[in-house]
Design a protein around this ligand. Structure first.
Ligand code: CMC
Length: 437
């Protein structure tokens, strides 16, 4: 362990203390401040966690300056090119890539758990037809905790593993069921003869009432669709301590039911600054409507008195480029070429990207297109409805959430997360009776 320390001098009292510096495997050295309060009587203030590591984790490494993203040490571009989503999910959960036997077992377990309890479908039916699918996801995934609570022993690693598997397996079934509910069509059961992404597409688009199966016995699904979905799921599978993953960890720190913790993550993901950005990008492109209106929207994005932001631009961590965006941008081109679909929104997005990247405001602030600038266009080409875009992100990020949950729950030193605050309210005062106020 490194003996490096950082000295803090309190200029008011002239007291000093040395705080240890912890070295991770990669990345910035990190000052361990947990004894600062007992030594000098100070807390630290870091809104948005700009400089604060909330935990130790061995799952994902991001170097924002270099545009580097590693899962368990493997670069994202290699995983994106060579692996499947379930293989990446296994890697995130188990630390190592699976051998063939391990992968086969994992895949068949995921298939086995993909069915949902018939009573759970009753929860979905309870929603109004125009409920946003993300609202349904928060509620329905949270309600899984009512189905798997009493028998759950969180100190048993096997119970934890099965909870994680169930979440990964049931998420596509629940997501597709929410979509079917919102368009008033019949629920489609998961099929064990299909791969993860194929099965999801089948549950989304099959219409048994009309004897139309998206994937019939001749397997007529465009292989490109499942392949592209697989890629998007890999790119969204995990991203370190992002807002939703941190929410899952924070909720888990109380020992709460894992299904409820993942529901908390889904709620955090929904916001437009996070996973909701993919839906917001598409709405923004539709609002812009024509390339000639781009300057007007760029002007608004730069105006401090206007709350409008260029959706799909900027990232807390990536300050040169988002490696996921680089991969997805290429796929976007290939997909639209292959599907021979001319999408004016894609051309509009390319023009917006070009103009923004030449603008001093965006250059100075290092604002580049992020992964969600492109993902919506791809989902649209795959005929995924716009209100399902963030749900797609949810499916993929479940792999990361459950991996962080597993990592956190197996940590013998885990503690409840309990941030401090800087109180800025009124000081102590006496209660005044009603007639004296
Ligand atoms: N459009 C216009 N200005 C922006 C944008 C944007 N998209 N993003 C940041 N800025 C400005 C911001 O106003 C600030 O300006 P100033 O220094 O003059 O005050 C400066 O750039 C620094 O931004 P910040 O707000 O300190 O950045 P942050 O790290 O707090 O926020 C972000 C990161 C992703 C929330 C933000 O860039 C944003 O809201 N982007 C649009 C939403 C989006 O695309 N989100 C998806 C993120 S990628 C998927 C995911 O991981 O969830």
């Amino acid at each position: 362990m490194s003996k490096q320390t950082i000295s803090i001098l309190d200029n008011t009292t002239a007291r000093t203390t040395d705080l240890p510096v912890i070295e991770g495997t990669l990345g910035h050295p990190t000052v361990d401040i947990h004894a600062l309060n007992s030594k000098l009587g100070y807390f630290t203030y870091d809104p948005g966690f700009a400089s604060t590591a909330s935990c130790k984790s061995a799952i994902t490494y991001i170097d924002g300056e270099a545009g580097l993203l590693l899962h368990r040490g493997y670069p994202i571009d290699q995983l994106a090119e060579k692996s499947s989503f379930l293989e990446v999910a296994y890697l995130l959960m188990h630390s190592e890539l699976p051998n063939q036997h391990e992968l086969d077992t994992f895949v068949s377990e995921v298939k086995r758990y993909s069915i949902i309890h018939e009573k759970l479908r009753g929860f979905i039916d309870g929603f109004h037809y125009d409920a946003h699918p993300m609202a349904m996801m928060v509620g329905v995934v949270g309600s899984l905790s009512a189905f798997y609570h009493s028998e759950l022993d969180m100190e048993d690693p096997e119970h934890r593993r099965i909870s994680a598997l169930r979440l990964l397996a049931k998420m596509p079934t629940i997501a597709a069921a929410c979509h079917k509910h919102s368009i008033g069509e019949a629920f489609i059961y998961p099929r064990e003869d299909l791969e993860y992404c194929e099965n999801f597409l089948n549950m989304m688009f099959s219409r048994p009432s009309h004897q139309q199966f998206y994937i019939d016995q001749h397997h007529y699904l465009d292989p490109m669709a499942a392949k592209v979905l697989n890629l998007l799921f890999i790119l969204h599978a995990d991203h370190g301590q992002n807002a939703s993953t941190s929410t899952v960890r924070l909720a888990s720190s109380t020992g709460a039911n894992p299904y409820a913790c993942i529901a908390a993550g889904i709620a955090a993901l929904w916001g437009p600054a996070h996973g909701g950005a993919n839906e917001a990008v598409l709405s923004m492109l539709e609002d812009i409507g024509h390339p000639r209106r781009i300057p007007e929207f760029i002007k608004r994005a730069k105006d401090k008195n206007d709350s409008f932001k260029l959706m799909g631009f900027g990232h807390r961590v990536y300050k040169n480029f988002d490696p996921r965006a680089t991969i997805i941008r290429q796929t976007c081109h290939t997909l639209l070429d292959n599907l021979a679909c001319e999408d004016p929104l894609f051309d509009l997005a390319m023009e917006l990207e070009e103009i923004a990247l030449m603008d001093d405001y965006f250059i100075e602030r290092k604002l580049y297109p992020n992964v969600d600038f492109y993902s919506g266009i791809i989902y649209k080409a795959l005929r995924i409805p716009v209100n399902m875009f963030t749900v797609m992100f949810t499916l993929a990020r479940t792999a990361g959430w459950v991996s962080h949950w597993l990592e956190f729950m197996s940590d013998p030193n885990r503690r409840i997360s309990r941030p401090r605050q800087l109180y800025v309210g009124v000081g102590p005062r006496d209660y005044a009776p009603l007639d004296k106020r």
